[in-house]
Design a protein around this ligand. Sequence first.
Ligand code: GUN
Length: 334
Amino acid sequence: MTARVLDGLKIRDEIFAELRRQAVDLYLQQHVRAGLAAVLVGDDPASQLYVKSKIEACHHLGLASWMHTPSASSTTDDLLKLVDDLNRDYRVDGILIQLPLPKQVDTKRVLEAVDPAKDVDGFHPINLGKLVSNRPGLVACTPAGCMEILRRNQIPIEGANAVVLGRSDIVGKPMALLLMHANATVTICHSKTRDLPDVVRRADIVVAAMGKAGYVAADWIKPGAAVIDVGTNKVTDPAEATALLKNFPRRLEKFHAKGSVLIGDVHPDAINAAGALTPVPGGVGPMTITMLMSNTIKAAKLRRGDSTAPPSPSPDTQKDTAQQNTTPSAAGAR
Ligand code: GUN
């Protein structure tokens, strides 16, 4: 049987509609226009594309946004100064430092300098600590998005055996904590895990986030399991693409036309074993930006929802040296 496809674009649209309403309410009731400051250091094309999408999402929801683009030769001190300015700017609810930073920069120091109340990526140790102890805070966007996919598709989590493949600070570890807090029994697997296929075969929920194209074989998946595929691996080798897509002739044709294909960490054949599965692309991918927007509004509510901060000035009175979204439509007018 073919798995139910867990459509990330559909869930993104659903959440965007909710966020637009929240942004309007915040503006009308508290005169707060939630705002995100994005910091893009250097000129890496992939990072430029990611940040552009994040700024566009702000426009779409009527949030204020500022883009800061320090040069690739910026020092740690330059970035600490910028972060300090953004921490002090009451209009800025969320600060996003696009990673990776240039190698001369101490990334940890820069990330730890972000005010935890504005840490919309959920990378600050204070927010990680809150997640460990299941207290409210800002949670990393990709794992938070995976939880939304599970919840909004009514996939039972309580009591389920969940296996998380990958132990990164920004996906694997927070994902395992979120599943545990939702009362799943969680196993975290990594490169040294023994009998990996057998561990995965016991899972009702599999979250694959180790960054290896098609690594999780279809016959590792328990029939009917829910599979969340976080991987987005660009495959360019024709032999590899042919092996991965032998049962998907139309995708293989597209690969030959384009010269590359995006493959998740789960083998495409798993569609015939799983009960439900996120596609790549179009599954977890769109959820990361969605949860960034959600975190920005959440941060605005937590920081300013009590009306103790001065009201947001109308966008045309805002002065900033950064490129700025000055769309004057009240939050969420489109
Ligand atoms: N670079 C790649 N993914 C991410 C992300 O989720 N957040 C940030 N800040 N940088 C990234």
